[in-house]
Design a protein around this ligand. Sequence first.
Ligand SMILES: *[C@@H]1O[C@H](CO)[C@@H](O)[C@H](O)[C@H]1NC(C)=O
Ligand SMILES: *[C@@H]1O[C@H](CO)[C@@H](O)[C@H](O)[C@H]1NC(C)=O
Ligand SMILES: *[C@@H]1O[C@H](CO)[C@@H](O)[C@H](O)[C@H]1NC(C)=O
Ligand SMILES: *[C@@H]1O[C@H](CO)[C@@H](O)[C@H](O)[C@H]1NC(C)=O
Length: 782
Amino acid sequence: MGIRSLLVSSALVVLVASLCRADSAWNGHLTPGSTTNTRFTPYYVPPGAKSYDSSSPLLHYTGTWSESFSSAYVQKTMRSSSEEGAAMTFTFTGTGVEWFGNQDRRHGIATVFVDGKPVQDVDAYNPASMKQQRLFWTYNLSQGKHTLKIVNSGKKQAASAGTLIDVDALVVTRGPPTDATPTGQQNLAASSHDLAANPAALDLSSQFPSGAQWTLVQNGSTGVHAMQLAIISETHALIVDKVEHNPLTVSGHPAWAALYNLKTHALMPLSMQSNSFCAGGTFLSNGTLINVGGNPVVEDHTAAADFGDVDGLQAIRIFEPCDSDNVNDCGMYENHDRIRMASPRWYNTVLRISDGSAMIIGGSLKGGWMNNGTTNNPTVEYFPPKNIHGSNGLPIHLPFLVNTLNSNLFPIAFSLPDGSVFMAANRDAMIYDWETNTERRLPRIPNGVRVTYPMTGTGILLPLSPDNNYAPEILLCGGSTVDDTKPGYEISSQDPASPQCSRMVLTDDGIAAGWQVEQMPQARTMPDAVLLPTGDVVIVNGAGSGISGYGNVINQVGASNADNPVFTPVLYSPSAPAGQRFSSAGMPQSNIPRLYHSVATLTPNADIMIAGSNPNLDRSEVKYGTEYRVEWLGPAYMKQARPQILEGVPKLLGFGKAAQLKVRLPAGTFQGANMKVALMDLGYVTHAVHANSRLVYLEHSLSDDKETLTVTGPPSGNVYPPGPGFIYVVVDGVPSIGTKLLVGDGKGPAVDKAAQQNLLDKTSVDQYEKTKGHPKEDSASE
Ligand SMILES: *[C@@H]1O[C@H](CO)[C@@H](O)[C@H](O)[C@H]1NC(C)=O
Ligand SMILES: *[C@@H]1O[C@H](CO)[C@@H](O)[C@H](O)[C@H]1NC(C)=O
Ligand SMILES: *[C@@H]1O[C@H](CO)[C@@H](O)[C@H](O)[C@H]1NC(C)=O
Ligand SMILES: *[C@@H]1O[C@H](CO)[C@@H](O)[C@H](O)[C@H]1NC(C)=O
């Protein structure tokens, strides 16, 4: 390539990068690239997918169908039939298909067949008149040829005035391309100089008994892309996305949040008012979950499609406890007039602290890519608002969040057993004593590794145990050594990720000893670290090269800033001798890339739910596309005889209070010595931040007949911040199914009405946004 073409291409990159930046506050285009305001409909053709109009010769109609013409229809034409048995048949090659048509009060019910099998009855009745609605979708067909058949059933619900069924358009999706044999995978760690010094890290020889195979099963679809994930009950997970063209719809527009049934894989879309793009979340002490922050409404010139959402930058969305398997009455509540943050935050971390309230940490004042001094919000604030250090409900400045620019969004944070808060951002770490508002800086993370967005690594607080008086130990893994002052056009999706894990005991002695460095068998950015009840850590997801985000660097793959997905999970055993802690023995390999916006969490069943990946502005079908498929990683223990908790887990477990559990232990092997009771917070997962993820081993004793287990609640809210958790009984390395409970007194965090009022008086919604005063914002309040 000559100098001249080099110049041209880097100029192009700058242009593309700046376009993407202008797009960062994006709210949805009707079609990619459109900039004119159009009435919003769910009809959307993602990049890589293909649309077939109702008039296409590939659609075969039998029975009586009439054709109508209107500019409101795709390609201005639509077919309709009210006749029982009238059918449309369409053969296509791909992994999914979507059917679009009208809904109104004259519509009836159609039966949809895929490959000859009836899969769904679709009721197109709607009291309102809706155009270009997604009436049916499936994305999880095997790669190949399939047939869609839509048959007018002649049936209708009582309220309907007719049995009309329409075909306006079909969209065929090929699904994100997956390499069955992941040839793109590279062991970038092998090229790392650090690894040469630690060859043991490459030794994957088994620590498992032979035949102890893990399993990886794909089952279910998230319906909304899984950017944020939290287990809310024994049966359900909450999934939160940004505003985009997800297949799951609610109130006539694509949904951006859903409840996922862990047992049946059924979905319930949730209505959300504001754009939750890159929000964080936590449970509070009374079991209520809050989802915090997000993205603004777009500026008008890009508002080609109006999803009806409002500015989410200062949002605090309330999700009240939802513990029953019937989730129909569960929902998100927002009213920014009464409940909001004092300042806008995008990419903030939200942490439950020792008094059961939420600490809302850092973030950016607006959407963008790399944080900088202009966009930085170097403060913490609390929910409910507190009056401490003279703040009276307003944000409190943290020098650490200034010193750690630029790559410091989504700080890694954990509440420590003395009530203070560990924070890591970029290359640095500290302990923040929120009660005295003091920062204790810790040694810098070795070897120039950056661990927070967009150089995303992951962090975990290793299990806390009464055996060592709850001495806290932190593990940070992956990330990148890419210079965070470089512009996007000097960063490549091929820049190697870091294989480094850094571990430190957060006691005076531990801090004096500093970070202990280890190497993962494979380098990863955007890994997810999931604590198991056994005390081991599973590391999954992520990329071998590049950084987080999309549309910013050179050599993008699709829009992804990262490449070389890592497909093999690795188990880290914290208590094994150094050099023997990593193992992928017996681990299955996935073929689904899980890059930016992927998640993983432990489930109540003690397996691992893996979802997401969407390094795209909106749903895309080109590599690396939007991924809705869910995988379930089953540790070898899932196939062994499991201990059972029969009854006795109290709804509330007070600090230091005892509870008696009836248990049934597997016959045979158990000698009584190797028993643990794990109290776990499964965390709120997004952007590789596993906020609140926690394992505290409880003091316990087993009756002589081995049927009654007496467990004692954690000693204080410092050791386990009051709030929800799951109890697992672990015998000989095999956990029971987890039972949910609330730790503490179940009360809400203290509410300081004066601080709350001061926040509302001194701040307004969208205070930094040009859109302030836009009529839309007024609709944020009910
Ligand atoms: C495929 O997706 C449908 C929803 O369209 C869901 O009901 C079904 O369980 C999924 N099947 C698998 C194997 O994931
Ligand atoms: C997927 O989950 C459903 C519901 O639990 C179950 O019936 C089905 O067998 C599962 N499929 C696979 C492939 O595990
Ligand atoms: C800071 O970031 C914002 C958002 O990405 C960008 O618009 C702005 O130009 C940046 N400012 C500087 C000084 O780099
Ligand atoms: C829990 O406390 C929060 C904060 O005060 C409040 O918004 C929420 O309604 C409470 N939830 C319950 C179940 O009382």
